[in-house]
Design a protein around this ligand. Structure first.
Ligand code: NAD
Ligand code: TDX
Length: 335
């Protein structure tokens, strides 16, 4: 692979993936195609080798722009998405435009151009909740909120292009990812930055014991890279962290790392349709010689320390539109 298109490469995982590619493969060229929505941030790409990185500001819902940027690339990896469940509950229109229509534009452009690999980054949320055990790739999908339904829609379009046109589409389903540069609407950076500022941590009441499986961002990137280069076209690969924790356990750990007491925990009304537990089995990707390497305690400590040491990254975000969102989402209950 000489030239790859990464969509959504100014966001959280996408920007780490761009750095991963440039670090690991000395001759690779990356075309980074990103709309720079509220979640996209050019600061996430500070210090990347500009001689091998081309940034294109564009929308995956724009078919012409996607085809132009993809021309000459031998692979495309799609991270671009609307990604926050609570925002999808408030209104899903942009989720449909990007996570469904956008993916259609990507596979359509790849089919026209004969792109030799298309990797669609998806999520463990498409399986829905599981009480016991872990989902395998062969299990049926059962998305239960507008975000995961949109991601599932994109996946299905992608899979249909493999079956109908032989397009070499590979799908990864990652679990909850954490690390530096994550927009502070997701639980870990939200709680860490609030704790730093002695602000309440809005824990969803009734969801305190809900379980998420935590995957360090660099491990997620190595899993996607493994599937991209060694996976079989038409196949789906789970990328699991293997670190299932109740939300209350994560919350207490963040408070401890920030030196704050549990009095900061504020129980707020639960997320509608809040999935109780996500759990996926990654043995199919492990058979391709992939392993997550980060220990959960250490990874969370590293991540919280990053937010403590990079206020200049997140303070400008927690203004303007963010504060309006915060008020809409948590209202008076978060005070
Ligand atoms: P993010 O919200 O941090 O970043 C999304 C990026 O996509 C931003 O840079 C944004 O500007 C860009 N974008 C949004 N709409 C676009 C459009 N129409 N055209 C071009 N660019 C657009 O997201 P993230 O958390 O880094 O997630 C990346 C991918 O990984 C998503 O596809 C998501 O579904 C998937 N995923 C995320 C997690 C997680 O825990 N964060 C877990 C599993 C899978
Ligand atoms: O304020 C909050 N209070 C709270 O209790 C927020 C934002 C979350 N939570 C809970 C809800 C979830 O059980 O924390 C858990 C994690 O929530 P999010 O960070 O919103 O992540 P989640 O809904 O699990 O989805 C994430 O993982 C899968 C990503 O946002 C998705 O993009 C990814 O696909």
């Amino acid at each position: 692979m000489k030239r790859i298109m990464v969509t959504g490469g100014a966001g959280f995982i996408g920007s780490h993936f761009v750095k991963y590619q440039l670090d690991i493969y000395p001759n690779i060229q990356v075309v980074n195609f990103d709309k720079l929505t509220y979640a996209g941030n050019p600061d996430n790409l500070k210090g990347v080798d500009e001689s091998r990185h081309t940034f294109v500001k564009g929308d995956i819902a724009d078919a012409v722009a996607v085809r132009q940027a993809m021309d000459g690339c031998d692979a495309v990896v799609n991270f671009a998405a609307e990604t926050h469940v609570d925002r999808s509950i408030a209104g899903a229109s942009e989720f449909i435009d990007t996570d469904v229509r956008g993916v259609y534009n990507i596979v359509e452009a790849a089919k026209t151009l004969g792109t030799s690999r298309v990797l669609l980054v998806s999520t463990d949320e498409v399986y829905g909740s599981i009480a016991e055990g872990s989902f395998k790739e062969s299990d049926p999908i059962n998305p239960r909120n507008p975000y995961s339904a949109s991601k599932a829609g994109g996946e299905l379009i992608g899979r249909s292009y493999f079956h109908t046109f032989g397009l070499p589409v590979i799908i990864t389903r990652g679990s909850n990812t954490y690390g530096s540069h994550q927009y502070p609407e997701k639980v870990l950076p939200l709680f860490a930055t609030n704790a730093i500022d002695h602000l309440p941590l809005p824990l969803y009441k009734g969801g305190e014991h809900n379980v998420r499986d935590w995957l360090y961002v660099w491990d997620h990137c190595s899993g996607i890279d493994r599937a991209l280069r060694h996976g079989e076209p038409g196949e789906v690969y789970n990328v699991a962290g293997g670190n299932e924790r109740e939300n209350i356990v994560l919350t207490r750990r963040i408070l401890e790392l920030c030196g704050r007491g549990e009095d900061l925990i504020k129980l707020v009304p639960d997320r509608p349709g809040h999935d109780k537990r996500y759990s996926i089995d990654a043995s199919k990707l492990r058979a391709l010689d992939w392993r997550p390497t980060m220990d959960w305690d250490e990874g969370v400590a590293l991540t919280v320390r990053w937010y403590q040491e990079h206020e200049s990254w997140w303070r400008p975000i927690k203004t303007g539109e963010y504060l309006e969102y915060y008020k809409r989402q948590y209202g008076a209950s978060a005070k």
